[in-house]
Design a protein around this ligand. Structure first.
Ligand code: NAD
Length: 371
């Protein structure tokens, strides 16, 4: 592990700067604990970059990102840019950044937090204990396959779902390795009863499974998986799937957690890993202090786990978040009218509570090491 971890910080627009600010404070607390240091270089992206430099991804931002150990992003987008052509809008900057970093494995955890069990539309006894990690292939499949077209004269449109063996192997290896570090179970999702691409996917994943005898592999059809995720989410550990299926299933499984503001993500496997909360720039609440910073803070934990090899420290952040929720602290998106013990807090206050509990966890860990 390098003593210095260089992070390009791209807070972006709307609530992006508010939530990444809290994530950075938490990462700085971790760096004091371990004696490493995070070097954050803040760069503009999205609408902020358009305002400052006329481009949603200025060359200096891209260069900094490519030369760092990890990129931590807030969110991009704002109503004032909605009339711009798609390639000039803030979102184009994020798409260009993702493409340049080259990550092909998108990781999306979906965790049922016990104190938030009433926030999910699913019953608490269904979600209790659920902890799923989606590994979605991000650079192939229908979204990128060619030929693609929409012939307005004939009224026929075409997209191509295509995967090579190599594309499946590289994302499968990542998923198996993650399963080895978790509960040793991998569910590979496809539609092999109908699609040749899925038959290749299933055969290749089965072949790669031989390299990971300590991981139990099961295959599910995507339609059945969509149902099992809602009926028996506890039965899943790592879910590996292709681009389109992963896009849909990871959003579906987000209902287990209960709020968009709680969801972290990472995109790994390329030149530099990219970490971003799942939510957007939320212009409706930007500047009001209502943004939930926990998705960004948990994204920071993913950065520690996947770019710095700091599993213990990542878990310390996740425990701190659990304990703050158990103590009843809620940002507005998490608050429920029928919960008398909850205390509604602002973005900064929520960050502060996590910071304090994290420091308690750190003190406790240091005291144990001193014994
Ligand atoms: P959004 O995720 O920004 O907001 C959806 C709803 O969830 C809003 O009501 C918002 O207030 C709420 N919300 C989101 N994050 C929250 C948080 N952390 N705490 C509390 N509430 C939260 O999605 P949208 O409204 O469809 O899009 C707004 C802008 O964000 C658009 O410009 C869109 O293009 C952009 N966007 C960016 C990303 C990204 O940067 N990765 C992702 C999605 C949308």
């Amino acid at each position: 592990m390098s003593a210095e971890i260089n992070v390009t910080l791209v807070p972006g627009d709307g609530i992006g700067p508010e939530v990444t600010h809290e994530a950075v404070l938490i990462l700085e607390a971790i760096s004091q604990w371990i004696g490493s240091s995070f070097q954050f270089v803040e760069m503009p992206i999205g609408g902020t970059a358009i305002r400052q430099q006329g481009s949603p991804l200025p060359p200096a931002t891209l260069e900094a990102a490519l030369n760092s150990d990890a990129v931590l992003l807030g969110a991009v987008g704002g109503n004032e840019f909605n009339s711009l052509p798609p390639d000039k809008r803030p979102e184009a900057g994020l798409l260009q950044l993702r493409q340049a970093l080259g990550g092909f494995a998108n990781l999306r955890p979906s965790v049922a937090y016990a104190p938030l069990s009433n926030n999910s539309p699913l019953r608490p006894e269904v979600t209790e204990g659920a902890d799923i990690l989606f590994v979605r292939e991000l650079l192939g499949g229908l979204y990128f396959g060619t030929p693609r077209s929409w012939n307005r004269e004939t009224g026929v449109a075409l997209n191509t779902m295509q995967y090579s063996r190599e594309e499946v192997i590289r994302v499968a290896r990542i998923a198996f390795e993650l399963a080895q570090k978790r509960r040793h179970k991998l569910t590979s999702v496809d539609k092999a009863n109908v699609l040749e691409v899925s038959q290749l996917w299933r055969a290749t994943v089965t072949e790669i499974a031989a390299e990971y005898p300590d991981v139990t592999l099961e295959h599910q059809y995507v339609d059945a998986c969509a149902m099992h995720l809602m009926n028996t989410p506890r039965n899943f550990d790592v879910v590996l799937t292709e681009n389109l299926f992963g896009d849909i299933l990871s959003d579906e499984a987000a209902v287990i957690t209960g709020s968009l503001g709680m969801l972290p993500s990472a995109t790994i496997g390329g030149k530099v890993n990219l970490y971003e909360p799942v939510h957007g720039s939320a212009p409706d609440i930007a500047g009001t202090g209502k943004a939930n910073p926990l998705g960004a803070i948990l994204t920071g934990a993913m950065l520690l786990r996947h770019s710095a090899g700091m599993e213990q420290e990542a878990q310390a952040i996740e425990s701190a978040v659990q304990r703050v929720l158990a103590a009843g602290y809620r940002t507005a998106d998490l608050a429920r009218t029928n919960q008398p013990d909850q205390q509604i807090v602002s973005t900064v206050e929520m960050g502060k509570h996590v910071f304090e509990v994290l420091n308690e966890i750190i003190d406790c860990s240091q005291a144990m090491h001193a014994v």
